[in-house]
Structure formats: C-alpha cells, structure tokens
Design a protein around this ligand. Structure first.
Ligand code: LLP
Length: 421
C-alpha cells in the first residue's frame, strides 16, 4: 500500500496534488511519501518484534539525507556500502552503533572513516579484506566487530543482475570455506567475531530461497558455536520484493518474511538484523514527468516525456516495469490507446514501456512512473548533459524540495579547462 492516490480526479502524494509540485519545482522530479516510508519501515519492525532486532535500511536504495533522517528518527539502522553512504547516514543523524558496513571492495580510507566515526559491524566479504581490516584496526588501537558474509549458493530466482547468493556471484565467502575463515578471523588482532551475514539477492518474490539460505545459516551458527565462536548476531540481508504492477500477484509481506526468519533461526537466541531497501522506499516514490510531444510513428504512437533513462535507468538496465499513469484521472470508460512511452535521450534503450494503454494526453500533461522510490534517483546520471533530477518529500499536506535541480551553471561549473588548452 502506498499514499499515491487519485483525489477529486487528480493524483496526489498524500494530501498534496502532484500538479502543485510540478508547478513549483518543474519536471521531471522524484516525489516521495513520508507516510509510505514510515509505514513500510514499521511493517519490518513489527515482523521482527518477537526478538531483539535492528532494521538497517539499505542506503543504496535511496540515499537522500532527508529520507535517511526520517527513517533514522524512527529507529532505523543503516546498511552502507561506501564512505559516501557512511557520511550520508551520519549527516542524517544516525549514530555509528546503528550502521552496518557491507560491500566487496571496501577501501582503507573508508574503513578508517567508519572506525573513527563509530560502526556497529563490518560485514566482511573476503579474506584479503579481513586482513586489511585487522591491520587498520590495530593501527588505530581499536577492535572491530565483524560478521562474515557467507554465500549460501542458493538461487534467489530473481533477475540475474541482482542475484547475489549463487556460488558464481562475487559476493561473500563460499559456505564450505566459512569455518576456516572464521578460524582465521578469530586469530587476527583487532577483529572480534560477532555474527554471520547473508544477502542472496534483490526483488525476491518467493520465500523459498530465503528458507533454503536461512536453514544453512542456522546450521552454520551451530557449527561455528561448536568451534568456539560467540555468534550473537545474524544479518539476514535484504531483498524482499515489491509489487511493480498493481494487477499481478503481490510478493510475500514483511510479516510472512519475519516468520520465515523466526522459523529458521528463532531458537538461536541471536539478535536479528535485516537490510531491506526496495521494500521500504520503492513504492514510497514516483517519478513525475511531463509530456513533451505526441509523435506518430509507423504503426505506433510515441509519448515523449521530459524524463529519460538517465533519470530512471531501471527499464533500460533490467527491462524493469514501472506502471505509468496519467496524473489527471481518466474518466470512467475513457478511450485509451497504446503508446510507447519514451524519453528524449538519443538511444532506443530510452524507452520506459511499450504499448501502454493511456488516455488521450497533450503536451504539458503530467504522468507518474510508479514504484520509483528505490534505485531511482540514486542511479540517475547527467547523461546527455541533463541536470540531475530533483527530489521532493511530501508529508501530509506539506512538501519540501530535498534535493534541488542543479542549474546549468552548477553542472558546467564542475568541469575545468586546463590552462595549457
Ligand atoms: N543488503 C545488501 C548487501 C545488498 O547488496 C542489497 C542490494 C540490499 C541489502 C538491499 O536489497 P533490497 O532490499 O533493496 O532488495 N539496482 C537494482 C537493485 C540492486 C540491489 C543491490 N543490493 C535495481 O534497481 O533493481
């Protein structure tokens, strides 16, 4: 459920008409609903209320500092993968004790930054990383709590580019090697083993891969404890999918996911961490765009928008589907016709969706691309020298620009011409 609904014939974000935001901020623009973010975060809190837990929002899904502050103020932890994300989480007021550091390629300065500023745990993905982390910690005179990310070799049954839990993926340590790696970790100075981490992929629409992975996690917890390690935390990763289409079967709910965790590891007495990103932010955002032209092609009609693949890359990159709806509610029984909805960027991949049934629209009319709150703005670029798309946060009847659209001067001002040119 989200808070983007038609009220009196116009699509609203909570109580704010999207047309009002377009008039004030211009388009394209991302619009997020604070009530939806809050609701989704609380669903995960409730799903784990049977035990000590920390819901760590995966910052990569939406890293706007205002969004992070909203979630942080509700008690969220943060799952970060870079020094930049660490800085954003801290700027949002999230304390280091609630920040988990994931990622396969952590750099030494990033390690230092997190150790200086405070960190809950590092999710270590390889032995070279473990050794570097040990050296850095010793040089700073600190001890780092770590979990090792274990690759359970489970098929997450999702898009191949976002599956991470198969043995051929670059992530984690093969589960067969886990005991040896933990033994190594326990011998390293500056390292304190506290838990196990797994993340098998994103946009999972079936709980079965989780069941398989978490069964392996439970077994490994017992084996590691028998080896003498104090395993007190289990990081179950993120990945629970969201409905991208209103009309198809919805993926499992957070409460059902929480039950899968409980069934698998509930008897181990561990604190549970999860790292949902998409499920909290995805349906809490839309990309609001204006129609530039209607163009008749050979046997098809194109709707050319002012949003493009540089603003929302998911359709071009993963053939992802985002529902596209007019902001003016179509009258019941209004005539619709199929349109290929495209952006202005100079490649054919700049197509949001083909043959979308839409009512008659005119230049200047507004459309919303739904489910764009996760992996939308964060993956935007300035391709074709289009300034980065701005972001707006709505709460009730108020809204605020939480990232301004850069001016052309700002965009150009980052380049410099060497004096010898
Ligand atoms: N934890 C780790 C270690 C991750 O790598 C990810 C996502 C998450 C948590 C959060 O997963 P979520 O709950 O959001 O599914 N750009 C792609 C998605 C990439 C996901 C990468 N890792 C997309 O637009 O679909």
């Amino acid at each position: 459920m989200d808070h983007f609904n038609y009220v009196d014939g116009w699509l609203h974000a909570e109580e704010v008409p999207l047309a009002r935001i377009a008039a004030k901020v211009g388009t394209p623009v991302y619009v997020y609903s604070a009530a939806t973010l809050t609701r989704h975060f609380k669903l995960f809190q409730q799903a784990l209320d049977w035990t000590d837990h920390l819901v760590c929002f995966a910052v990569k899904a939406n890293s706007n500092i205002a969004v992070l502050k909203l979630l942080g103020d509700l008690g969220a932890g943060m799952d970060i993968v870079s020094g930049g994300e660490y800085a954003r989480a801290r700027a949002a007021g999230v304390p280091g004790e609630r920040i988990v550091f994931s990622g396969v390629g952590k750099l030494e300065p990033e390690m230092r930054m997190a150790l200086e500023g405070g960190i809950r745990q590092f999710n270590v993905e390889s032995e070279p990383e473990l050794e570097l982390l040990s050296r850095v910690a010793v040089s700073m005179g600190v001890e780092v709590p770590i979990a090792v990310r274990v690759n359970p070799d489970v098929d997450a049954k999702t898009h191949e580019k976002i599956a991470t839990g198969k043995s051929e993926n670059k992530f984690g340590i093969p589960i067969a090697r886990a005991r040896a790696v933990y033994a190594h970790a326990a011998r390293l100075p500056g390292i304190r083993v506290v838990g196990i981490d797994m993340h098998i992929g994103s946009q999972l629409t079936d709980l079965e891969p989780y069941r398989q992975a978490y069964a392996k996690m439970a077994e490994l917890t017992r084996a590691l404890r028998a080896d003498g390690h104090a395993i007190t935390r289990l990081d179950m990763g993120g990945g629970l999918g969201i409905p991208y289409r209103r009309d198809n079967n919805a993926p499992p709910l957070p409460i059902e996911y929480g039950q899968v965790i409980r069934d698998a590891v509930g008897d181990l007495g561990c604190e549970i961490e999860i790292e949902p990103g998409r499920n909290i932010a995805g349906n809490a955002g839309i990309l609001l765009s204006s129609v530039i032209y209607l163009k008749q092609g050979e046997g098809r009609d194109f709707l050319i928008l002012d949003a493009a693949m540089n603003d929302l890359i998911r359709p071009a990159m993963y053939s992802a589907h985002h529902d596209i709806v007019p902001v003016r509610e179509p009258a019941p029984g209004a005539e619709v016709a199929p349109h290929d909805v495209v952006g202005p960027v100079c490649e054919t991949g700049d197509t949001f969706q083909k043959a979308v049934d839409l009512p008659v629209l005119a230049p200047g009319d507004l459309v919303a691309l739904r489910s764009a709150g996760a992996y939308g703005a964060v993956m935007a670029s300035e391709y074709n020298s289009r300034p980065l798309v701005p972001e707006v946060l709505v709460s009730g009847d108020q809204f605020a620009v939480i990232r301004a659209r850069p001016t052309l001067e700002e965009m150009l001002g980052r380049d410099t011409i060497p004096e010898w040119l």
